[in-house]
Design a protein around this ligand. Structure first.
Ligand SMILES: Cc1cc2nc3c(=O)[nH]c(=O)nc-3n(C[C@H](O)[C@H](O)[C@H](O)COP(=O)(O)O)c2cc1C
Length: 352
């Protein structure tokens, strides 16, 4: 039987309007990405992981500031760290700043993070992991969720022991990306482990990993009993995939639509990061977007080499003149008021 992804569900008292969650991705999940995700059907969006130590000391090489827009809610802000007191303090800050959910990263496999005892290391440090959740749950009134991988080594089932402990400690939801940290992004996400986790806990579980289509979302939801699917790489430069996953609407975007979404994304990224940082940040997105819309092959390369984002915009409009009007319409529909910029350093590298 077809599962309706437009069915609301809850994390604690927070209502999530659809069963699709946009994944936290370091170096990707900027506000422009999250807002776009909401427009295309994500019921919950998440910030990229924010360093708790960075918040505490403010001496991390500050790569960006987290912004929260009025149209992003419900929004989860993800923290990583390994000191329960500092995590509690950071959680209080992000709650005050507007997070509807505080998410904890217990899955990042990147060495820079794991060697500090944070991220995936916590998958096999049950005591500390539970203390971190308890400390954060104690510090804030909003629900606390945790994002896990299956374990550190290939074949590990550590998440099945850890998950219930985290719920006992106060986690209101768990997200599982059922790959090991060692696997990074190789092999496949084994959602039979997600099904086992669902059977062990009485909080909603979100299934993350390799969900890129409506058909796959149906299989994962149907076979795991997960409350929602999370989509990461499949949404990079491709918001239309979100619409397809939620509604089964497989209509390919026109060249004009692709150009218009990209121009809007460029403008928002520049507003958020400033021209200099945005132009570097955006380069990977050009390739991702221009896979659709039948742009001539060398066009991508040309965009990557341009000096300014204004020039990028000019080229996009020249290649798809109908996009000018579409951008105007999109901008008129996107609210820009009531936005808060948080003094939270964003770590651009990482993962989960
Ligand atoms: C570039 C990139 C950055 C990521 N950064 C984070 C992160 O900051 N926090 C996190 O919990 N997971 C992070 N992830 C993991 C994703 O949230 C997701 O669990 C994983 O990519 C599997 O889902 P997918 O197959 O839909 O991409 C990252 C993944 C990628 C590809």
């Amino acid at each position: 039987m077809e599962i309706d992804l437009r069915t609301p569900w809850h994390i604690g008292p927070v209502e999530i309007p659809t069963r699709l969650v946009l994944a936290p991705m370091a170096g990707v999940s900027v506000q422009a990405f999250r807002r776009q995700g909401r427009r295309y059907g994500a019921g919950l969006v998440c910030s990229e992981m924010v360093s708790c130590a960075g918040i505490e000391h403010r001496n991390e090489r500050t790569l960006g500031y987290l912004r929260v827009g009025a149209d992003e809610h419900p929004l989860a802000i993800q923290l990583f760290g390994s000191d329960p007191r500092a995590m509690g303090d950071a959680a209080r800050m992000v709650e005050a700043a507007g997070a509807d959910i505080v998410d904890l990263n217990f899955g990042c496999p990147v060495r820079k993070v794991t060697r500090t005892g944070a991220g995936a290391t916590l998958l096999e440090d049950t005591e500390l992991a539970a203390r971190l959740v308890a400390s954060v749950a104690e510090a804030v009134d909003v629900p606390v969720s945790v994002k896990l991988r299956r374990g550190l080594r290939n074949g590990s089932r550590a998440c099945l022991e850890l998950g219930p402990r985290l719920v006992d400690a106060g986690a209101a939801s768990l997200t599982l990306h059922p790959r090991s940290a060692e696997q990074m992004y190789t092999g496949a996400a084994d959602h039979s482990v997600t099904a086992e986790l669902v059977s062990l806990v009485d909080v909603p579980v979100v299934a993350s990993g390799d969900v890129g289509s409506h058909a796959k979302a149906q299989v994962v939801l149907g076979t795991t009993g997960a409350a929602a699917v999370m989509v990461g790489r499949g949404a990079q430069g491709n918001p239309w995939a979100l619409r397809e996953i939620v509604d089964g609407d497989a209509e390919e975007p026109s060249r004009e639509e692709v150009a218009a979404e990209l121009v809007l994304f460029v403008r928002e990224a520049v507003r958020e990061l400033g021209e200099r940082r945005a132009s570097g940040f955006l380069k990977k997105f050009y390739g991702w977007y221009l896979g659709r819309g039948r742009f001539p092959r060398p066009f991508k390369q040309e965009l990557v080499q341009l000096e300014s984002t204004e020039e990028v915009e000019r080229r996009l409009f020249a290649a798809a003149p109908g996009a000018i009007e579409l951008v105007e319409r999109l901008e008129a529909a996107v609210p820009s008021a009531d936005e808060r910029t948080l003094e939270l350093p964003i770590s651009i590298y990482g993962g989960g």
